[in-house]
Ligand binder design. Structure first.
Ligand code: PNS
Length: 173
């Protein structure tokens, strides 16, 4: 029988509990799931370097037999063909995600009709969670429990402290 190999692409800067929820759902559906970090220069400077994002994702998925973690540059569809993947997994949290996701899915289908995009919904409790919001809460020292795994929280606290020590503070007087 045909094996379904799916790619779950994203920036994962950093991986959140919402991403992990989707990975757990996805690995039950597909024969193999490749979590692929996009090296996307369009997105500006990430909070975490690629190596650290890979390290966190690998640690958080180590117990999932059919899940691997990788990184790619360039077009997602070229990467899918290189990996013999026949599906792309993306998460939809709310209606607001739909427009962008639809545009990407249809454009990807135009580029490579052999690859299908599959949407899954994370648990409702993660419907308002994003890496951007996590980075912002971390930057202001807010609570991260329940939003990211403890290991990611430790990386965030360290990264924010390191950034703070190198940031120039404008004097108020
Ligand atoms: O987690 P993100 O940042 O929402 O993920 C966006 C991502 C990485 C899936 C998207 O930017 C992507 O696929 N980038 C690779 C370049 C590409 O193929 N672009 C054309 C998409 S239609």
């Amino acid at each position: 029988m045909k094996q379904i190999i799916a790619i779950y692409p994203g920036s994962f800067d950093p991986v959140t509990n919402g991403h992990l929820d989707l990975i757990h759902r996805g690995c039950k559906l597909f024969d193999r799931l490749v979590v692929a970090i996009a090296c996307n220069p369009d997105k500006g400077d990430p909070l975490f370097e690629l190596e650290e994002r890979l390290e966190m994702l690998k640690a958080m998925t180590a117990d999932l037999e059919n899940v691997t973690v990788d990184a790619f540059e360039g077009l997602l569809m070229s990467y899918c063909i290189e990996k013999n993947a026949n599906a792309v997994l993306r998460g939809i949290r709310a209606v607001s995600d739909y427009e962008f996701e639809l545009q990407m899915a249809l454009m990807n289908r135009k580029i490579e009709p052999r690859v299908e995009t599959v949407f899954m919904m994370p648990a409702e409790k993660y419907s308002y969670l994003s890496s951007r919001i996590v980075r912002e809460i971390a930057a202001f020292g807010g609570p991260l429990a329940g939003l990211v795994p403890e290991l990611v929280e430790q990386h965030l606290r360290r990264r924010v402290a390191a950034k703070r020590s190198t940031t120039f503070v404008i004097p108020t007087k």
